[in-house]
Design a protein around this ligand. Structure first.
Ligand SMILES: *Cc1c(COP(=O)(O)O)cnc(C)c1O
Length: 454
């Protein structure tokens, strides 16, 4: 059946000869198999030996409507044979214009300007630079600092990594980075015993107020991942924190940057997570689901007020300077438009609510598991926190790589789960069925059984 030249083993060997993969100690592949995927079909990935894997993590949180989605693929093909790319300074095109119109239409009210970049980290760079430059243009060049939350992740280019607080990614490169002020995360898991998520949020807003009282004069913006700190371990918090953050940013004259790169486009139950707190940030960064997992594209949405601080005679030298060769790529914009069209044409959020409820029912019994300290969920993101000791919540040492055991078990069972340390999570494409969710949960449960025994 499988051509030996295109078998898993043959492709993996060729890969390992020249390629260098992200987020990987390449030495691991002496024991961990490299999986060559040749095809995608809905929520499934098919490898070179014909084995199928249910994509429980939407291929790094990007896929929404299934792999090789025919509707998006057709839109992409049509665009590719019409206009593939054009310089985006001095020139424009319909896909970019239409996408900006659509994004403004669906975004929280007041976000009326769209700046494109080509990946999530670049969108963060744009938001940080724009915020700093806004204050500079307003005569506040002393504002050069940022406030980020503990446990945050905003990407891995130097600026984005600067405002991230996940040690795995940050520690090594710390000497190269800006140093933000860290405000303690409103993460409910880190709350005091008996404290409700709303109470944790209220207490953490007080901490933020203290930080702002001291540093607002030198601070450009507070940057957060609304509702779920994803790469930091799918830590979740109460929407009150976002409402309070909006008020504090107004009171202390600093910007609010919402990084909706992972949580945007329906992940948390609403189209954007900020909607659940009824807030409009000063900047909203989008990527990942923006193109439903097809192509790299990102967008930074901002307000007319911020845009106007840059709008002046050329000689005033106030223009925003940030460009990427592929800014506003027509193929990516067309794919994003088709993605938004699917949200318009199909009851996506409604179906997600049913799927999320099913997932919650299936995960409920895990709360009693002797090595599970927490089962949490926000919409189509669910996470299980594995611990060595349930009573004290003492984690397994990361060196034991318990999550890796779940990953390897998943592969053997035909399921792609990719735990973040001791956190096993589900972030499936929205086209999964309840039966497929069952398979994800059952595989996680049997994987956990293997992972917690020595
Ligand atoms: C993935 C992610 C980023 C970075 O996006 P890339 O496209 O990987 O550079 C930034 N912020 C959040 C919240 C993310 O999850």
């Amino acid at each position: 059946m499988s051509n030996p030249e295109n078998s898993n083993a043959a492709l993996a060997a060729r890969d390992l000869k020249h390629l260098w993969h992200p987020c990987t100690q390449m030495h691991d592949h002496e024991s961990v198999p490299m999986v060559p995927i040749v095809r995608g079909d809905g929520a499934w990935l098919i490898d070179a030996d014909g084995r199928r894997y249910l994509d429980g993590i939407s291929s790094w949180w990007t896929n929404l409507f299934g792999h090789a989605n025919p509707r998006i693929a057709a839109a992409l093909a049509a665009q590719a044979s019409t206009l593939e790319h054009v310089i985006f300074a001095g020139f424009t095109h319909e896909p970019a214009i239409e996408l900006a119109e659509e994004l403004v239409r669906v975004a929280p009210p007041g976000l009326e300007r769209v700046f494109y970049a080509d990946n999530g980290s670049s969108a963060i760079e744009v938001a940080l630079k724009m915020s700093f430059h806004y204050w500079l243009n307003q005569g506040h060049g002393e504002k050069t600092r940022f406030i980020a939350l503990s446990g945050s992740y905003h990407g891995e280019t130097l600026g984005a990594l600067s405002v991230s607080d996940v040690a795995l990614y940050r520690k090594t490169y710390a000497p190269l980075l800006l140093t933000p002020f860290l405000a303690p995360s409103p993460d409910s898991y880190e709350g005091e015993p008996g404290e409700s998520p709303a109470q944790v949020a209220a207490r953490r807003l007080q901490d933020l107020r203290v930080l702002l009282e001291r540093h607002a004069h030198e601070t450009c913006a507070v940057i957060v991942e609304p509702l779920v700190q994803c790469a930091g371990g799918m830590r979740m918090y109460h929407p009150d924190y976002l409402t309070g953050l909006r008020a504090l940013c107004d009171e202390f004259a600093v910007h609010f940057i919402a990084d909706e790169i992972a949580v945007g486009f329906g992940r948390t139950g609403s189209l954007f997570a900020c909607e659940q707190a009824l807030v409009t940030p000063d900047f909203m960064c989008l990527s990942k689901g923006l193109t439903a997992g097809f192509l790299p594209l990102s967008a930074v949405l901002t307000t007319t007020r911020i845009y106007e601080a840059f709008y002046a005679e050329y000689s005033a030298g106030k223009a925003f300077l940030h460009s990427h060769s592929y800014t506003g790529n027509p193929l990516a914009c067309r794919v994003a438009l088709e993605t938004l069209a699917i949200f318009r044409d199909e009851p996506v959020l409604e179906r997600n609510r049913q799927l999320a409820a099913h997932l919650a029912r299936r995960l409920e019994p895990l709360r009693g598991h002797p090595h599970v300290a927490d089962v949490r969920q926000t919409g189509m993101i669910a996470a299980i926190e594995l611990v060595a000791d349930k009573a004290t919540r003492r984690p397994f040492p990361s060196s034991e790589r318990r999550g890796l055991r779940v990953y390897l078990h998943g592969l053997r069972q035909g399921v792609l789960l990719r735990p973040l340390g001791n956190v096993i999570y589900f972030m499936p494409p929205y086209v999964v069925t309840e039966q497929e969710l069952d398979l994800l949960v059952d595989t996680a449960i049997s994987g956990i059984a293997r992972a917690v025994t020595d």
